[in-house]
Design a protein around this ligand. Sequence first.
Ligand SMILES: C[S@@+](CC[C@H](N)C(=O)[O-])C[C@H]1O[C@@H](n2cnc3c(N)ncnc32)[C@H](O)[C@@H]1O
Length: 363
Amino acid sequence: MSAAATGAGPASAPPVGPGPVWDVVNGLAAFGALSAALELGLFDALVAAGEPGLPPAELAAAVSAADADAVALLADVLVSLGLLTGDGRAVRLLPVAERFLVSGSPASMAALGRLSPGPWSGWQQLAATIRTGAVPAGTRDELTAMYPALVSATAPTQRAVATGVAAALAERGLWPAAPRVVDLGCGSGAWLAALLADRPAATAVGVDLPGVLPVARQTVAGLGVRVTLVEGDYLEVDVPRGSADVVVLAHVLRAEPAERARRLLLRALELLAPGGVVVVADYPRPDPVAAPDPGRDAVLAGARHELLLSLTMAAATDGHGLTLADLRSWAADGGARLTDVLQPVPRQTVLLIRPDSSTATER
Ligand SMILES: C[S@@+](CC[C@H](N)C(=O)[O-])C[C@H]1O[C@@H](n2cnc3c(N)ncnc32)[C@H](O)[C@@H]1O
């Protein structure tokens, strides 16, 4: 054990404090605070109050809470977490909360904030899952049951991402006047709706499991025959090969074990028409390194969001997230390559993968 760790070092080297440990332990309490505030409608109450904000007693009344002292404590916690601001008398929203935590905001994460960690049982049993290599059946079932709510909760964010992707495809000459789109694992249908809104002559096929497809059906109801929804496993269902200009794989690869993810990417490539592109939206975690890298800690610290979202997959699915190295290698197996890494909105990564045949002339 090092002198610093035992606290027995020279006076000039202060003992290591437990701050990072407490920060991690308190992560659960911070999530609980956010979750409770969302459930109480605290951010919505503050947006209604406007610029002066609300004193805790009035905030408690606005969210129908009997315990005004606990509301004051919760508000102080949310100030400490950088979501609210106050002067000791009243609290009000910071811009980040107004944009992402108010339920009516176009970029709202109010529903997603509570659902994003997935089934709680997955976290309680993570050590056992890692030890045995198998996610408990009950956790899988919980995730399947959560999917309709989860995909609805991500819809505002994913609409914004897809709108940004349409612009990026157009800039690259990859977005024809009447594009044919296939979305494998289409979830809420947010991508289909946003992409088709950008091109009135576009048509699309969306694939998802029976429990989720009704959510997509509702989203695309106004698009009539322009969208065909197909129920079933995206590796199995019948979708015409060689005819899509854009195939979307949004937040599906990371939840699949490596071999199924590879097959899914290869399938997406097979669906493309000449000149087409596969759009992968995901949270790629850092590639493994071939040799020791003294800067590795900093790389991982910078990728905490992607790493924790990958661990979220490991807690409830057969997937462990994915890396760009995975994608490059699978794409190469399909005669394609990763051509672009985009960030249409902050914290949302989108990768473009194109067959070598269509990029050869551009090199
Ligand atoms: C995290 S959601 C992503 C939804 C959407 N692509 C998005 O980005 O908003 C994953 C979706 O994949 C669907 N899914 C999972 N396994 C599937 C399978 N084997 N076949 C078809 N869809 C599947 C789920 O039902 C869910 O809608």
